[in-house]
Write a protein that binds this ligand. Structure first.
Ligand code: FAD
Length: 378
């Protein structure tokens, strides 16, 4: 496998790195305080192509592919994980519409999402259906030329700000077969946005429950085929897992950067703490964890880019990178001693932010189920 980046991939990575260093690093704590990514930040991300990296140019994206998306995501997450998850969901929604949408849906929504004038939201989870989306209860019933959506969604990233929601609802039988997918615009009557969740980390990213009450959408809002929604969700999640693995990798890189710097600056017993073997081993273990994550993430991204099956590899990348990044951030707090446990140092934020990468886009347990199923079948 060739992990050398192409010229385009290097350019996307360098663009994301420059933007993250100049704009996101100084604003990361502000985003937490304001509980949002500022609109001007999103607009600049749109101008740089970061909100539609793997969406074709004719739809407003940059068409730079999956590996470019992954490296850009890592650079953004290295600076601000909240901005990274906003970017991840908007890219994912754009990709889903580009792949499954009608011409009219693509023309209407893809350039808008790519521009950063709005963000996308992905509304699959429900209060009683997280790991098991086949248990969802939200319904969409046909009424003349419309569908009427009723039900609740839970944990919807960017739900308070999104211009377009991909919403899954039951149109038929119980289980995974009777689920369809709809595009619902923010502000549609009957779509109510609930309270901001008071989260431990990712505090700059908005997470809300949604209530659909007699929410009427035109039949043209159906995305893909009637009752074909579960397949769309699973395909989107496979790709989304590469995004979250890349996000975890980036958070870990940010924490390791901070650890290396602090190990040089901090002195104890008359020496820089970098000279203690205990600190060196933590740095060595973290570097190894992150390099191993990168190999798995790049492999999954390459496979998706080549258009071959990548479900198992995406789950392996997500499982390993999220758990490795958690170890890295935990060690980073340890390297910082008591200061690592305060808001004065960035590692505290990385440590809070990274935890959810083991939960969303499928928990670690769900990734293990996917990997084991493939391994036992093969
Ligand atoms: C900050 C944040 C943002 C999110 N953003 C979105 C979003 O934008 N859109 C969206 O649709 N969802 C989103 N989610 C939801 C997320 O995907 C779910 O939280 C996740 O899938 C887990 O579902 P759950 O919370 O209901 O946990 P549950 O499914 O109740 O799981 C509880 C525990 O049981 C374990 N478990 C469940 N089933 C099994 C099994 N078969 N075998 C072994 N263990 C099992 C789980 O791994 C977990 O440890 C977000 C969540 C968070 C926290």
């Amino acid at each position: 496998m060739d992990f050398d980046l192409s010229e385009t991939q290097r350019m996307v990575r360098d663009t994301a790195r420059e933007f993250a260093t100049r704009v996101l690093v100084p604003l990361a704590r502000t985003a937490e305080r304001e509980e949002r990514v500022r609109p001007e930040v999103l607009r600049e991300m749109g101008e740089l192509g970061l909100l539609a990296v793997n969406v074709d140019e004719e739809l407003g994206g940059v068409g730079a592919g999956v590996v470019s998306y992954s490296v850009a995501m890592t650079e953004v997450a290295r600076a601000c994980a909240s901005t990274a998850v906003t970017m991840a969901v908007t890219n994912m929604v754009g990709e889903v519409i580009a792949k499954f949408g009608s011409d009219a849906q693509r023309k209407k929504y893809n350039p808008w999402l790519a521009s950063g004038e709005t963000v996308g939201a992905f509304a699959l989870s429900e209060p009683d259906a997280g790991s098991d989306p086949g248990a969802m209860r939200t319904t969409a019933r046909r009424d003349g030329d419309d569908y009427i959506i009723d039900g609740q969604k839970q944990w919807i990233t960017s739900g308070a700000w999104a211009g377009v929601f991909v919403v899954w609802a039951r149109t038929g039988e119980a289980g995974t077969k009777g689920i369809s997918c709809f595009l619902v615009e923010g502000g549609t009557p009957g779509l109510k946005v609930g309270h901001h969740e008071d989260k431990t980390g990712l505090r700059g990213s908005n997470t809300v429950p949604l209530v659909f009450e007699n929410c009427r959408v035109p039949a043209t809002a159906l995305l893909g085929e009637l009752s074909g929604g579960f397949k769309i969700a699973m395909m989107a999640l496979d790709g989304g897992r590469i995004g979250i693995a890349s996000q975890a990798l980036g958070i870990g890189e940010g924490a390791l950067d901070a650890s290396v710097k602090y190990a040089h600056d901090r002195r104890a017993f008359g020496a820089a703490i970098k000279d203690f073997q205990a600190i060196q081993w933590m740095i060595a273990d973290s570097r190894t964890d992150l390099d191993a994550s990168r190999v798995l993430v790049m492999r999954a991204a390459e496979l998706k880019e080549q258009g071959v099956a990548f479900t198992r590899e995406a789950s392996m990348a997500k499982l390993f990178a999220s758990e490795a990044a958690w170890r890295v951030c935990n060690r980073a707090v340890q390297v910082h001693g008591g200061y690592g446990y305060t808001r004065e140092f960035e590692v505290e934020r990385f440590w809070r932010d990274v935890r959810v990468t083991q939960i969303y886009e499928g928990t670690s347990e769900i990734q293990r189920i996917v990997i084991a199923r493939a391994a036992l079948r093969d």
